[in-house]
Design a binder for this molecule. Structure first.
Ligand SMILES: [Zn+2]
Length: 268
């Protein structure tokens, strides 16, 4: 490499690193467009794999989707998401009653299992989990983690324009297997409260799931609410955050059902 090229590469790297380091989150060498591209690739993969991801039809179950859409819109309308207008925030229901799970790809493709919906008791609980998943996408935890995993070598190839299509495909494939860090989970819990705070939902709805699991004496905490930090700590953190922000939401458990029972009944 000649000296001039090396110098320009070095400057580019420095600029990227310093810009990224200035952000509130961790270092992320990917762009908003990259997040959307990765999400769209995952959406296609999921759509092409109905054996593993049996998606509920949006036409047959239009009323179920309408309920979720409304819930999502209320979260977005709260005005607390950084990328509310950048990402797609597209919803899918996966028909699997045995899986109490939900996930969100980079760029905002949200997937919710029927097993989770049926396990929960009211709209605030579900809004809490959806808020948590949306926070992972909005805070760009996946591409931030990939930045750590692939490190400087990828950064150099991106800056030098030598990133191959194969490299990108490999990265996209790895996205789904990345586990979030303890800090990411904590941040997603807290931002779930931030997102729900201006809505009519109870802002600490994300804690309901853990409380139910703990109350049942169960040890099976699904991956999306992975065991670290432990459920008790997470419940405390979520309640603390709600008190800190002074969120009002719906204080009455008896009226917070919000048509949730009818929504559950609309599912197959
Ligand atoms: Zn999470």
């Amino acid at each position: 490499m000649n000296r001039k090229l090396f110098l320009s590469l070095f400057i580019s790297l420095t600029v990227i690193l310093s810009f990224s380091a200035c952000k509130k989150g961790g270092l992320n060498i990917f762009t908003i467009e990259d997040d959307k591209t990765f999400g769209a690739q995952m959406e296609t993969e999921i759509a092409n794999n109905p054996a593993q991801y049996p998606l509920l039809s949006k036409t047959t179950y239009a009323s179920s989707y309408a309920y979720l859409e409304n819930l999502k819109q209320q979260i977005l309308a709260g005005g607390q998401l950084e990328h509310a207008n950048d990402f797609v925030w597209k919803l899918y229901i996966i028909q699997d009653d045995n899986t109490q799970n939900a996930f969100c790809t980079p760029g905002g493709y949200i997937y919710i299992y029927t097993g989770l919906i049926k396990y929960l008791d009211n709209a605030s609980s579900l809004a809490g989990v959806i808020g948590h998943e949306m926070a992972h996408a909005d805070k760009r935890h996946s591409t931030e983690k990939m930045t750590k995993q692939y490190g400087l070598s990828l950064l150099v190839s991106i800056v030098a324009g030598t990133t191959s299509a194969r490299q990108i495909a490999e990265i996209a494939a790895n996205l789904s297997t990345l586990a979030f860090s303890r800090e990411d989970e904590k941040q997603a819990d807290e931002f779930s409260v931030v997102y729900l705070c201006p809505t009519t939902y109870r802002a600490d709805g994300a804690a309901d799931f853990f409380e139910k699991i703990v109350a049942a004496g169960g040890s099976q905490v699904p991956a999306f609410l992975s065991t670290h930090p432990n459920p008790d700590n997470r419940v405390t953190n979520i309640h603390t955050k709600k008190n800190e922000l002074g969120c009002l939401g719906n204080p009455s458990v008896s009226t917070e059902n919000n048509g949730y029972d009818a929504f559950k009944a609309s599912l197959p």
